[in-house]
Write a protein that binds this ligand. Sequence first.
Ligand SMILES: Nc1ncnc2c1ncn2[C@@H]1O[C@H](COP(=O)(O)OP(=O)(O)O)[C@@H](O)[C@H]1O
Ligand SMILES: [Mg+2]
Length: 254
Amino acid sequence: MSKAAPADKQSNSQIPIVIKGLCKDFGENKVLRDFSLKLNKEENLVVLGRSGSGKSVLIKCIIGLLKPDSGKIIVFGNNVGLLTHHELDMLRTQVGFLFQSNALYDSMTVRENLEFPLRRHWFELSQQEVDDMVMEALNNVNLGHTADMMPAELSGGMAKRIALARTMILRPKIILYDEPTTGLDPVTAREIEHLILQLHIKYKTSSIIISHDMNCVKNTADRVVLLLNGKCYTEGTFEELKNSEDENVRQFFE
Ligand SMILES: Nc1ncnc2c1ncn2[C@@H]1O[C@H](COP(=O)(O)OP(=O)(O)O)[C@@H](O)[C@H]1O
Ligand SMILES: [Mg+2]
């Protein structure tokens, strides 16, 4: 890796994510303006913000899908902006990303969807190892029986769980969740939150959870950062923010 040892040699000792002074514009639309954040090891950090505030842009910058205009994103000691295409690909095996849309491949079965990242990144695995990992991933989300189903046959909650299983299959040390409960009914949303916490404990992951679902924030966050006007406006525990008298914070609890 540029200016650093390979990410896998560092990940146990380093802070998962440090973001400093991140700026991202789309023409006149200044979305992120000097945004800074630190994700601590084994922390579930929620980034709370209104629709259109730049939450998805933030996580796309972290995984290198969008290029910031300025600022630094350091993941396990690696400056994402300085990585080559190949290095970025390697880093993405350690940083799982759960898309809001799930992004399952419609023409592939559930099993094939889960095999896809394994075949792409870990091509030395035997068929038996691939099968075992797929089953473990499916069992982690209590959907062992769906391996031969097509995505179109899954309910919204099941599709989210399969997408989560696929995200987890490479055992990433960091997971970025983009609105994991948006669009789900309350019961299913609570199931997804429960899974997020279970997988966090089982695999000792560090996570950024993007949300404006206050139940999701309450149930998952160790700490909450409020993204407002492109900046980290304030941060604290859910209870601290809930008790805030600041108008800009209060509006999320009303
Ligand atoms: N690829 C893009 N090109 C132009 N504008 C974009 C792009 N992606 C996001 N934006 C704009 O950036 C702002 C923040 O978007 P987004 O991060 O998706 O919001 P949210 O907080 O709801 O996830 C919005 O005004 C959106 O229109
Ligand atoms: Mg979004």
